[in-house]
Design a protein. Structure first.
Length: 149
C-alpha cells in the first residue's frame, strides 16, 4: 500500500471515530432528556434541560462538520496527478510533509510525520495551487516545496 492510501485510510478512521463519539454523546443526551422528569425543584429542572439542549445543539454542529469532512474525503482521487498542489496530494517541503485532505492532525507512516491539512485551513490555502520550487511563509517560517505527488 502506498503512503497516500495509508494517509487516506487514517483520515477515514479519524472521521469514523469522531462520528462514533458524537453519536454516543447525542444518544446519551437524548436518554438524559427523556429521563428528566418534573421535580419539585422546578428551576433546577429547567436549567438541566437547557444545558442538555445546548449540548445537543453543539453535538449537531459537530455532526455537520463531520459530514463535510466525509464529503471532502469522497472527492479525493488518489490516482490524479498534477504539477499544482490539489486535494489528495502529498506536499514535501524543506521543513514538513503535508497531506491535503481534511484537518486530522499528524500521522506517522514509515517513521515520517505527515500533517493532514484541509484545503480551507490557513496552511491548506497557502499550499493549494503551488508547484515544486514555490515557497510560502506560514507562522513566520518560510518553506520551499520540494515535491508534490
Amino acid at each position: 500500500m502506498n503512503i497516500k492510501e495509508e494517509l487516506f485510510k487514517k483520515c477515514v478512521a479519524y472521521v469514523n471515530k469522531r462520528m462514533e463519539t458524537v453519536e454516543e454523546i447525542i444518544s446519551s443526551n437524548k436518554k438524559a432528556l427523556q429521563s428528566e422528569t418534573k421535580s419539585s425543584a422546578g428551576d433546577k429542572h429547567e436549567t438541566g434541560r437547557a444545558m442538555l439542549q445546548l449540548e445537543m445543539e453543539k453535538a449537531s454542529q459537530q455532526l455537520s462538520g463531520i459530514e463535510r469532512m466525509k464529503e471532502t474525503l469522497s472527492k479525493i482521487n488518489l490516482e490524479r496527478t498534477s504539477q499544482l498542489a490539489h486535494l489528495g496530494n502529498i506536499i514535501v517541503t524543506d521543513k514538513n510533509l503535508y497531506f491535503l485532505s481534511i484537518s486530522s492532525g499528524q500521522h506517522v507512516i514509515a517513521n515520517k510525520t505527515y500533517f493532514s491539512v484541509s484545503v480551507s485551513s490557513p496552511i491548506g490555502r497557502l499550499l493549494l495551487g503551488k508547484k515544486t520550487g514555490d515557497f510560502f511563509v506560514f507562522n513566520g517560517n518560510k518553506q520551499t516545496i520540494k515535491e508534490i505527488f
